[in-house]
Design a protein around this ligand. Structure first.
Ligand SMILES: [Zn+2]
Length: 341
């Protein structure tokens, strides 16, 4: 993979639309056309300046970006960076015309519910309030907020801004090739690190009330005998074909028939990565339909939190993908039911 392709993998959440920064006093113009590698090359070369959507239409994103617009914003971002580091997350500070950006890069697209929650939780730990992108925890209706890509030329100052180290010194030379080579060589965060961080951050108050005005009726699962009896949205999601739900929520799992169940790539840890001995990763998510209890899933890798008992059902799937946030999972389930109507 060349540097430009690696840059694409790091930043492009969707390639059917993007924004172009305009000379002052205008800001950005949205383009409804396919993004190409040539567009990214032109951005890095300083021929035009792109901003890319902070999530795709399915509500997934490859990065988190904290944005500070104030004059000493880089100092604020250093505090957020330190809080992220306490959670085991490596982030990168980019200078800008005023303030700057702090980036966290993921190895694979992640649900925005988890990334947005993590972004806010890190600021909570740093006791600081900035803009964070993805800036919402559910998919956009059309397009999402764009973020200016690093390494280009800011159209309002005519300057290119570097990534900076803890002392504020540039991390790379200022020619585009060196900057790009430096950027794509920086490690990204793997899914299991995100999961570990999400498991330790404090639960914040829910971002807003559930969309459904009617109270949810949830009957506890009986401890003995019979299928789980739940009404309302949780009952609905448990009654669906779980392979369909997996395909609709995380298509990258890519389920395949195996024996009496299905296997796929686990979205909760990095099972696609090569093993320590260099052998290829293996698909470790396993789902099956229990004749009494219905659809169940688990991860077969002992490296993964989802390998622990108890076995999990379709609603648990949404909870895990939402970083443990029940309210987010409930809204997600409502959205899935809405789509099915
Ligand atoms: Zn797993």
């Amino acid at each position: 993979m060349n540097h430009l392709e690696a840059y694409w993998r790091r930043f492009v959440n969707r390639a059917d639309t993007y924004c172009v920064q305009q000379p002052p006093p205008d800001k950005y113009r949205r383009v409804r056309r396919a993004l190409t590698l040539e567009d990214l090359a032109a951005h890095v070369a300083g021929e035009k300046t792109l901003a890319l959507d902070c999530m795709n239409p399915e509500g997934e994103a490859r990065w988190v970006c904290w944005d500070s617009d104030v004059v000493d914003g880089l100092a604020d971002l250093a505090r957020v960076q330190a809080a992220a580091m306490d959670l085991g997350l490596v982030t990168y500070r980019e200078a800008s015309r005023r303030g700057g950006h702090l980036w966290l890069w993921c190895d694979a697209p992640q649900p925005v519910a988890a990334l947005h929650r993590l972004g806010k939780a890190v600021m909570h730990l740093a006791d600081i309030k900035l803009e964070v992108y993805p800036n919402r925890d559910d998919p956009p209706r059309d397009v999402a907020q764009g973020m200016r890509l690093p390494l280009g030329i800011h159209q309002h100052s005519g300057q290119r801004y570097p990534f900076v180290d803890g002392a504020g010194r540039p991390c790379h030379r200022d020619d585009p090739e060196s900057a790009l080579a430096w950027l794509v060589a920086q490690p990204h965060t793997i899914t299991s690190q995100l999961q570990a961080a999400l498991a330790t951050v404090p639960l914040l108050p829910p971002p807003r009330a559930p969309v459904s005005p009617s109270p949810l009726v949830v009957t506890p699962t009986p401890s003995l005998g019979g299928a789980a009896v739940t009404k309302g949205i949780i009952g609905w999601i448990r009654a669906q074909s779980f392979p369909d739900i997996v395909a609709r929520t995380r298509s990258d799992v890519a389920l395949m028939h195996v024996g009496r169940g299905y296997s796929g790539w686990c979205p909760l840890h990095d099972d696609a990565a090569p093993q320590a001995d260099g052998t290829p990763g293996t698909r470790s998510l396993y789902i099956y339909c229990d004749p009494v209890y219905g659809w169940r899933w688990k991860c077969l890798s002992s490296n993964c939190g989802a390998s622990q008992r108890p076995v999990k059902d379709a609603f648990d799937w949404l909870v895990w993908l939402s970083g443990g946030q029940w309210n987010v999972a409930l809204r997600w389930a409502e959205a899935l039911r809405e789509e099915s109507r």
